[in-house]
Design a binder for this molecule. Structure first.
Ligand code: WTA
Length: 638
């Protein structure tokens, strides 16, 4: 750990130990102090009120506190940093960038909040946001929080069908979108996708369309509204709505093992406390620093570390519209130089793709402004970690490998730059107050250096509160596997120094280029095609993406298994879910390995996909063991 970091850190090694001890000795006092970083209209007197037990299951934090998220992210900075830059926007085209001060951001959010009100949006209403990476995406989120509406942001790569499912699930009557998006020089037809989605969502009353490219869009009379004229006429004054700490802030859909994506619900006080505290602690954020998280606001990383964490802390946050390899593979590093970025937070998949290009594109740039690097979304392999450290950070910058989930709101496990000695590939230690446990398949608690399933035995303020509209599913998904604990779905190893090494999902969730997907969703898209009788999808190790998608498909009788059909099915999944869900490999299989009760044995399919054919395990319980021979014989090259 570089000396300089230990000296400047918000929390050094002794501070970490002291915080861990204090949260044990005085949890109420500890968590009260953490929440004290926010501006409360009414400070909470109730701090933590949680039970993970079935009989009395509930999670509440700061329940009688009252606050407003947008006021915490904007208004409270105005007295002393109104002219500081809140948002640096870097467009897809390198010639396109702008800076927005806190004063301007505040005005824009107030205007948008007033426009939303004028269109009928009220406290508690769900508002769907399907936007490119432009400042208005952040304004839209903050405008919702200002008036107490609950936003549901949908990643701009999702298809019309996926949008429709999410709109219907939360009965959203309002959509905010843009005419088009622009990524890597390519147009994303956002408004058109919304139009297609809405053919099956009669409940949507208003679609607010923001101008990005200026392209003409088809106006659906009475429903579609151009934003700019309303914005120009709207007042820059919009008093923030006082919200209870446990009032919903947002819903974010994420994939699980089974069924359709779940609406993960986060609430106001605990979520913002956690996003803000971890942003300061993990990235050791100091006033005036420029912070760049490369995620999309459509994922939780963008929510917590582009918008809410940084802005709650009065930081300068960079919003990047483009992609790492456009116009060239030096783009990330050029943006760092152009805006003098100090803290850079990205995903291993991007690093692995850039590594392939060699050191040249990095070395063309200076990167002298960088002081800290971060990684998120999937396990970072030591090779990528070392490249990030040596080439990108020139050995100067600590790397924080942050483990967390949509469900956890913000980081739970991460090195702290001034406190934790780094090990390449390890997310290291839990943040103070985060209680990890490893258990075996039966739930037996494992001690010492060991591998197991990662659980949390206690709550933290940023924990999700429910699955929107299905509280039972929330309990069943996370708290029923190991009673009394939150089960993360991740496997993990703890080493002899007590460091945690996340090994990846142990359920049927796969992580493709940092995008979280349920195999069941891809299967359901595949069987939705008229030639497909049955499909089973598994992940396999992929050099760049982390995991690739391997689909086994049984066709209807009489349908020929052609190359052309393979291509058609890949396109079909792209269209049904989104381009990032397209299978890397499709293997046509006359039969899938099933037990006599009809359950698909995925263990065998995973081995075939991984090309680990000598180790298929016991196949005698299969209804028809001969299907395995065919699977092996016709294994598609991956
Ligand atoms: C994985 C993204 C290893 C993990 C913030 C988790 C990681 C899932 C890391 C959540 C990390 C995230 N090391 N694995 N540093 N960070 N993961 O909900 O499998 O999109 O369960 O949240 O990503 O993905 P999600």
């Amino acid at each position: 750990m570089p000396e300089a970091w230990a000296r400047r850190a918000h929390m050094d090694a002794a501070g970490y130990d002291a915080a861990v001890a204090r949260v044990e000795a005085d949890p109420e006092g500890f968590w009260r102090d953490v929440a004290g970083r926010l501006d409360w209209i009414k400070a909470p007197s109730q701090i933590k009120d949680v039970s993970f037990d079935k009989a009395d299951f509930h999670i509440r934090w700061y329940a009688d506190g009252v606050l407003n998220v947008s006021a915490n992210c904007l208004d409270r900075h105005l007295p002393h940093r109104a002219d500081d830059v809140a948002i640096i926007w870097e467009g897809d085209d390198p010639a396109d960038s702008r800076k927005i001060t806190y004063r301007e951001a505040h005005e824009e959010v107030c205007r948008m909040a007033n426009v939303l009100k004028s269109q009928g949006v009220r406290k508690g209403d769900r508002v769907t946001i399907y936007m490119p990476m432009i400042p208005e995406a952040a304004y839209a989120m903050l405008a919702c929080s200002r008036i107490g509406a609950v936003h549901s942001v949908i990643f701009g790569g999702f298809s019309p069908d996926s949008i429709a499912g999410r709109i219907k699930d939360c009965d959203s009557r309002f959509v905010i979108t843009a005419d088009e998006g622009l990524r890597g020089g390519k147009i994303v037809p956002l408004k058109m996708n919304v139009d297609l989605a809405l053919t099956s969502c009669p409940g949507v009353e208003k679609v607010l369309v923001i101008r990005r490219t200026g392209a003409h869009w088809l106006e659906h009379g009475g429903r579609d509204v151009a934003y700019e004229p309303l914005r120009d006429a709207a007042s820059t004054d919009c008093p923030p709505e006082p919200m209870g700490a446990e009032d919903p802030l947002f819903i974010l859909y994420t994939s699980g093992s089974t069924g359709k994506p779940k609406g993960v619900l986060h609430t106001t006080g605990g979520y913002l406390t956690w996003a803000s505290w971890t942003h300061e602690l993990v990235f050791d954020y100091r006033a005036g620093e420029i912070f760049w998280c490369t995620a999309d606001v459509g994922w939780v990383t963008g929510h917590s570390y582009i918008v809410y964490g940084p802005l709650a802390n009065g930081a300068t946050t960079l919003i990047f519209e483009g992609v790492p390899n456009y116009p060239t593979t030096s783009r990330f590093w050029e943006v760092i130089d152009k805006h003098q970025v100090e803290i850079f937070y990205t995903a291993p998949t991007a690093l692995r793709a850039l590594m392939r290009e060699g050191e040249g594109p990095v070395q063309k740039t200076s990167r002298k402004s960088l002081r800290l690097l971060g990684s998120v979304g999937e396990p970072i392999n030591p090779e990528a970690w070392l490249w990030y450290h040596r080439v990108v950070g020139e050995g100067r910058c600590p790397i924080v490998d942050t483990w967390w989930q949509t469900e956890t709101g913000a980081c739970l496990v991460s090195p702290l730059p001034g406190a934790t000695a780094l090990k390449p590939g390890s997310a290291s230690k839990p943040l103070p107050g985060v209680k990890l446990q490893l258990v075996d398949a039966e739930g037996v608690v494992l001690e010492g250096a060991v591998s197991g399933n990662l659980c949390l035995t206690d709550s933290w303020p940023g924990q999700m509160r429910t699955v929107y509209g299905d509280h039972q599913r929330f309990f069943d998904t996370y708290f029923s596997t190991y009673p009394g604990k939150y089960f993360t779905g991740d496997g993990c190893r703890r080493d002899e120094d007590g460091y945690y090494w996340i090994t990846g999902r142990v359920d049927d969730v796969i992580n493709v280029s940092g995008h979280r997907l349920g195999t069941a969703e891809i299967e359901s898209a595949l069987v939705g095609h008229h030639v497909v009788a049955e499909a089973a999808v598994v992940g396999f190790p992929h050099d760049i993406k982390g995991q690739g998608i391997y689909a086994f498909v049984t066709l209807n009788v009489g349908v020929a298994a052609t190359e052309e059909l393979r291509g058609q099915l890949v396109r079909w999944v792209r269209q049904e879910i989104g381009p990032f869900a397209a299978p890397d490999v499709i293997q046509f299989a006359p039969g899938l390995p099933k037990t006599r009760s009809g359950k698909i044995m995925r263990r065998i399919l995973r081995k075939v996909a991984e090309n680990d054919l000598t180790n298929l395990g016991d196949t005698t319980t299969l209804a028809d063991p001969s299907v395995v021979d065919d699977l092996v014989k016709n294994r598609a090259g991956a």
